[in-house]
Write a protein that binds this ligand. Structure first.
Ligand code: BEZ
Ligand code: FE
Length: 289
């Protein structure tokens, strides 16, 4: 086909896919190209703007390394990550909802005992968590793997602090007991900005958006016979609950972090200063047979 213009280019491109051989890839490429072409026509994209887009994506790729995934951050801040989570994680009524995974999980977090202090010296107000993992009928799920991670009081994850090297803190993996319980000490989460020193930060600034995520603790819960749950518990009252930069907040995931000025903590420690407690139940959906 010759003499292609801005309208005939779309059917011309789709005709090139007829030998694809992979029906799903063909479906995805058909839709991607159709939407991309429609977008360019709709906004009457100029050559300068096309080049700016190419430079932006190039810079996004150049920002990526083993510890920094700027493309995932771009997907998160464009709302694509949460869209994909939402359309792939429809849970039965009553099951705990899923939200974005985020880039700060590590696979070598320490396995810790019940009651352990996960903070590892990270700065923050002490938090005592009493969590239960149950099935939809309320029966406890024993021996679930509960992977927890969070930012410190400065809004940084351990992996964002080069001075820590490979030291892990404010994270850990626990196993639920026969009652489905998991108890640990950590620190109260605070709101933090996603990294803004790259192209995604420039995009947020240029479009008048703030970079903040409301305070939360991440949980990844796995149990035999149940669907794996990737979620957070957010802190009630946080000013960013309705404007999370990655669109991850669900009302059902807002936890009741109770502040105590002093007193005896759930693990029996006498606390002379403020601390928080959080009781949280996670309901797992049964895996399909
Ligand atoms: C996080 O919650 O750790 C996170 C999620 C998406 C982008 C950046 C951080
Ligand atoms: Fe986070």
């Amino acid at each position: 086909m010759r003499n292609i213009d801005q309208n005939t280019i779309t059917p011309a491109f789709l005709a090139r896919l007829t030998n694809c051989g992979n029906p799903r890839l063909q479906q995805i490429m058909t839709s991607l190209a159709t939407h991309l072409h429609t977008f360019a026509r709709e906004v009457a994209l100029t050559e300068d703007e096309w080049m700016q887009g190419i430079e932006f994506l190039t810079a996004t790729g150049q920002m990526c390394d083993a510890k920094r995934q700027e493309f995932i951050l771009l997907s998160d801040t464009l709302g694509l990550s949460m869209l994909v989570v939402a359309q792939n994680n429809a849970k039965p009524a009553g099951a705990t909802e899923a939200t974005v995974f985020g880039p700060f999980h590590v696979t070598d977090a320490p396995l810790v005992e019940q009651g352990a202090d996960l903070s590892g010296g990270a700065p923050g107000t002490p938090l005592f968590v009493d969590a239960r993992v149950v099935s939809a009928d309320g029966s406890p799920i024993a021996d679930a793997e509960v992977d927890v991670w969070q930012a410190d009081d400065d809004g940084l994850y351990d992996v964002q602090r080069p001075e820590l090297g490979d030291t892990r803190r404010a994270r850990g993996v626990l196993r639920s007991d026969a009652q489905g319980r998991v108890c640990f000490r950590s620190i109260a989460p605070t709101a933090y900005p996603v990294p803004t020193d790259g192209p995604v930060g420039r995009m947020l600034l240029a479009t008048g958006r703030h970079p903040w995520r409301p305070a939360h603790v991440h949980f990844l819960i796995k149990a035999a016979g149940f669907e794996t749950l990737t979620t957070h518990i957010f802190r009630e009252g946080d000013e960013y609950l309705d404007s999370d930069v990655v669109f991850g907040v669900r009302s059902s995931l807002i936890g009741d972090f109770v502040r105590h000025e002093r007193g005896i903590a759930p693990d029996g420690t006498s606390m002379s200063g403020p601390f928080f407690t959080l009781a949280q139940t996670f309901v797992l959906a049964r895996a399909p047979d």
